[in-house]
Ligand binder design. Structure first.
Ligand SMILES: [Zn+2]
Length: 352
């Protein structure tokens, strides 16, 4: 009899921790941490290290709880219903991580976690009729999920743009793939990169210090993205930091995006237009009045001397698809700034 009990306990543990392992698969990708790191989070967010130990304890309590109920025997009143509810809440729990971290869908994750909270509450109430102690073991889990639902809801509220940018990003990629195949090279396709440039821009490498073409470059003009030609830095903001790479203390507004490097320590800088890797930004070194050093790989840049920078001209387009405009113009590298209207509301975006 004790042997059967041990097997039931082991099965309970394997099923519960197996469900948690399914979610962990989605955490392995670097893009997950980068995406999560750039989200706005409420003040009540606990530090990342809390989640691991907290969930381990909760899964352990959950396993013991379902074991206690199952141990009463499947013929015991309401045990089948209780286990059924338990498995439903476990499934809702398991799909949360893939929805949030895999598909970056904060809103769907919120719906899932609300359903999860309801399912845990229902499970707890049915468990209570079978074993009071088993139901009490689910209380910390219920409270934690309630707290997590509030966190998820706050992230939803603070990142409203992200809610829609995910789907548009996916459409964007699909459309752009099609367009790039048809493009005649000068419209939407990115510049062809050499293997050395690709190692830096796409694979986020770093060129050897003191080796780059623009390290000691002093000419007046604009530095553009090697991949998409977006204007990123001007010679006005370039300074000699003696670090071995071209250094700027500022970028052209809204052209360079900062994000946590995959090393979790440094801040990576990427082209806001094409996402190409540029280098890293360091602050607090007090090298210039702006107190920032954009440390950029020469291979990520091209240079246009002052006299050759083209003057901007306006072009007006009428279209029936607001989203289509927002998708297409940012990718059209000759478009430096665009304004789109939706229901009379104008939205201006630099596209440098
Ligand atoms: Zn670019």
């Amino acid at each position: 009899m004790k042997g059967i009990q041990a097997i039931k306990l082991i099965i309970s543990l394997v099923v519960c921790f197996g469900a948690s392992g399914l979610g962990a698969l989605f955490m392995a990708d670097d893009s997950v941490t980068n995406w999560y790191a750039q989200l706005q989070k409420p003040n009540i967010t606990p530090p990342d290290w809390v989640f691991g130990p907290a969930w381990t304890i909760l899964y352990l309590l959950m396993s013991i709880s379902v074991f206690l109920v199952w141990n009463k025997g499947l013929d015991y009143p309401k045990v089948k219903l209780a286990i059924g509810l338990f498995l439903i809440q476990l499934a809702l729990n398991a799909i949360w991580t893939p929805i949030f971290f895999g598909f970056h869908s904060i809103l769907l994750a919120l719906i899932d976690i609300i359903l999860l909270f309801i399912a845990i509450l229902a499970t707890l109430l049915v468990f209570k009729n079978i074993s009071f102690f088993a139901s009490m073991l689910l209380v910390p889990y219920l409270l934690w999920v309630g707290y997590a639902a509030i966190l998820n809801g706050s992230i939803c509220y603070l990142n409203q743009q992200e809610l829609f940018s995910v789907s548009s990003q996916k459409i964007n990629n699909t459309i752009m793939k099609g367009l790039e195949m048809k493009a005649d090279g000068d419209s939407v396709a990115f510049n062809k990169l050499t293997p050395e440039e690709e190692a830096i821009i796409i694979n986020k490498g770093t060129e050897k210090p003191f080796s780059g073409e623009y390290y000691k470059h002093r000419e007046k003009g604009v530095y553009i993205c090697k991949r998409c030609n977006a204007e990123l830095f001007t010679s006005e903001d370039k300074f000699d930091s003696s670090c071995g790479w071209p250094s700027f203390d500022d970028s052209i507004p809204e052209t360079v995006k900062c994000q946590l490097d995959k090393d979790g320590i440094r801040t990576e800088i990427i082209c806001n237009n094409c996402g190409g890797h540029l280098g890293h930004i360091f602050t607090g070194e007090e090298l210039t009045a702006k107190n920032a050093r954009y440390c950029v790989n020469s291979l990520s840049l091209s240079f246009i001397p002052s006299g050759k920078v083209q003057k901007l001209q306006n072009a007006y387009f009428a279209g029936g698809c607001f989203l289509g405009g927002r998708i297409f113009f940012p990718k059209y590298r000759r478009c430096k700034i665009y304004q789109s209207w939706l229901y009379g509301r104008a939205q201006t975006k630099p596209n440098l």
